[in-house]
Design a protein around this ligand. Structure first.
Ligand SMILES: Cc1cc2nc3c(=O)[nH]c(=O)nc-3n(C[C@H](O)[C@H](O)[C@H](O)COP(=O)(O)O)c2cc1C
Length: 201
């Protein structure tokens, strides 16, 4: 691979800054993203940095009738295992929200068998993969967001997403066409408030 890069850095800076989380209520329900675009989003996820080449990200893609399967699966797991925390409104949301999307991708972290890395590094690598997904979806003009709500942290959910006990379910990536053009709001405090710069001995 060549190390000579010739990118439009202004475009890349703008893409990174303008990337937003866009929620299912703002998706054009029933408009389906071509699978090739979803594969490109996954391909870019697969190029995330990862220590010792463990490539710990694992995905399950739900589309078409699979969205209904996912909706009923997550609502069912929530109902069965939420115990005293069960909330009817949340249950309904878990049933209904997936049907507003074009695709939903579960985000998993597969622990390397030999545990060659601290777990935090594997989670960090999957997080990098998710940012690649966010940026790719944004570049295609799609709406997307990562949710860690619902059944994300239910240990009983892991097996339904190809994960074992030592692996982690890290969330769900919702994607759809946006129903209208709108300006999304997000803010950051200046980066300088989070940086210490040492340039003297
Ligand atoms: C690890 C992680 C978990 C998140 N979980 C949720 C969630 O459960 N529900 C939600 O509405 N947004 C969730 N988000 C999206 C954030 O709310 C969003 O990134 C934040 O508001 C900043 O907005 P922006 O992405 O448009 O810059 C999550 C984001 C990250 C990185």
């Amino acid at each position: 691979m060549s190390t000579t890069f010739d990118y439009d850095i202004d475009q890349i800076n703008t893409l990174i800054k303008n990337r937003r989380s866009i929620y299912p209520k703002d998706y054009e329900t029933g408009k389906v993203i071509p699978d090739e675009i979803i594969w490109q989003i996954l391909e870019n996820a697969n190029w995330a940095p990862n220590h010792k080449q463990t490539e710990p990200w694992r995905f399950t893609v739900f589309s078409g009738e699979g969205l209904k399967y996912f909706a009923e699966l997550q609502a069912g797991i929530y109902k069965q295992y939420s115990g005293s925390k069960f909330n009817e409104g949340k249950y309904q949301k878990l049933l209904e929200q997936p049907l507003l999307c074009s695709h939903i991708i579960s985000i998993g972290m597969k622990r390397n068998e030999e545990n060659i890395l601290p777990e935090v590094e594997e989670i960090a690598a999957v997080s990098c993969a998710v940012e690649n997904m966010y940026l790719t979806a944004t570049a295609y003009g799609l709406g997307c967001y990562l949710t860690t709500g619902g059944i994300t942290y239910f240990k009983e959910a892991k097996k339904y997403f190809g994960l074992n006990e030592n692996d982690r379910l890290l969330g769900f990536f919702y994607i759809g066409y946006v129903s209208k053009s709108f300006t999304t709001q997000s803010k950051r405090t200046p980066v300088a408030t989070k940086v210490k710069w040492v340039n003297k001995f």
